[in-house]
Design a protein around this ligand. Sequence first.
Ligand code: NI
Length: 204
Amino acid sequence: MNKIFAFFIAIFLLASAAVIGLWMSGNLPGIGQGKSEGSSVLAGVPQIGGPFSLINHKGETVTDADFKGKLLLMFFGFTNCPDVCPTEMQTISLVLQELGDDAEEVVPVFVTVDPERDTPEIMAEFVAAFHPAIVGLTGSEDAISDIKKKYRVYSQKQNEDDPDFYLVDHTSFTYLMGRDGDLITVFSYGVPAEEMASKIREQL
Ligand code: NI
């Protein structure tokens, strides 16, 4: 692996760890104790989630209303991610396998934080590499920044001077949203597929 690449991965991992640390300690603005058990929305904690209008990996406009009645397993990242995003998408694909027929109750969603490069075509290739059920969502810069705000997602472009090969530092939580669009729980990066699947089964 080339040294510069390794360097950026190291920076990315450090930054992720810092953000997770802040998040765990409850010091990140807007996030309370989302990782607690069961219904984890605490009084006084700003709501996570809300309306959105984005473009799916087939190029169609979709809104939060299109997903009502299903559980959503949502992850935010970017298709050029060297490590965290592919790993988490693999985990989500394992969750779906683990759920078997019950997976029909869950829509796995990958939302890009890099809409500039992640066109619907690129999203289609990316999601297909992990599981046919995964819905890729992209959109305008404004629409993406709006949904990021609603899910308290942090992301920051790195080495931005290179328009093709920049990385994006980003939070790496997986959100389990209820059939009504309310947050059920947040999984931090690295939670095993079995654990996610059993949490989902509680909602069936
Ligand atoms: Ni990533």
